[in-house]
Design a protein. Structure first.
Ligand code: MN
Length: 292
């Protein structure tokens, strides 16, 4: 059985002075299944007239997955979708061939706490039609003193409604009191967990908030001791078969595809339409390689 790998998250700036803790990708661990990006945003307090405002920017080859914990954001995209997301809800945007979107705080000065994940689309779906879905309710149950919410995949008879393209698992474990949690795992999946608040004791090690613990694969059970006032994100999935190329907001399997997306965005190509109500439009940085 592999021992767990403890990976510190690192601070990353989203722009506009908004800082997050990034857990994926890292040098030690690029992905967990098809989960390829994990930012823990907040909890952040804003000044009375401030909030999060991410200008229009494009994506290809991935799904963006927002798990809202506190506060409210409004999403707009180039397909014309407008959606408010509230605590306990998921926004899932499938970029596929191409989409652009904005995210803004709904109320200035409101506290914000969220996890933002990306899921790599497998090669046969990387160029699919873009789409957007909002999931206001998710399967939820109690174990001891904790509330478990299924974000992705299945657990026992529970099936998360989130429409994904790879075998994946996502579970939120929230507890006000200290709680012992026993979970059944799929030995074919690799798993990792990130305490968003509080801490979790797993395989004899205490993992504090914002430390990422990669658990590997081949396990069929997980025993967690969750500290009081904890919120733990547990991710899993079948190890992704293809090496993924990730640059800026694009995911692909070759440089030419990413270079083309960058050129299309910078040229204002119709591939990425305008986002209704957009106030700013983010510029793609120059490609980090030459001679494509
Ligand atoms: Mn985005």
């Amino acid at each position: 059985m592999p021992s767990l790998i403890r990976i510190p998250t690192r601070p990353a700036e989203l722009g506009g002075g908004m800082w997050v803790r990034r857990a994926l990708p890292t040098r030690q661990q690029r992905m967990v299944g098809a989960w390829c990006f994990l930012d823990h945003a907040g909890p952040v307090e804003f000044a009375a007239d401030q909030g999060m405002h991410v200008g229009a920017h494009p994506h290809i080859g991935l799904q963006t997955f927002t798990w809202m914990i506190e506060g409210e954001l409004v999403h707009h995209d180039s397909l014309g979708n407008e959606q408010i997301i509230r605590p306990g809800q998921i926004n899932l945007m499938t970029a596929g061939h191409g989409i652009a979107h904005t995210e803004d705080s709904l109320h200035p000065g409101q506290r914000l706490h969220a996890a933002q994940l990306w899921i790599a689309l497998p090669p046969e779906h990387q160029d699919c039609a873009p789409g957007f879905a909002h999931y206001p309710e998710l399967p939820q149950w109690q174990q001891n003193d904790a509330t478990l919410t299924l974000l992705a995949g299945r657990y026992g008879d529970a099936v998360a409604p989130t429409e994904l393209f790879s075998p994946l698992f996502g579970l939120d474990i929230t507890s006000r009191r200290q709680a012992a949690i026993e979970l059944t795992l799929n030995p074919d999946f690799e798993y990792a967990l990130l305490p968003l608040t509080g801490s979790a004791r797993v395989y004899g090690e205490s993992i504090p908030a914002d430390e990422f613990a990669y658990l590997g694969q081949g396990r069929d059970r997980l025993s967690l001791e969750v500290a009081a006032d904890s919120k733990i994100l547990l991710l899993g999935g079948e190890a992704f078969a293809e090496p993924v190329l990730m640059w800026w907001n694009f995911i692909g399997f070759d440089k030419a595809r990413i270079a083309q997306a960058q050129a299309h965005w910078e040229a204002g190509d119709a591939r990425f339409g305008p986002v209704p109500g957009q106030r700013t439009r983010l510029s793609a940085p120059p490609l980090p390689w030459s001679g494509v």
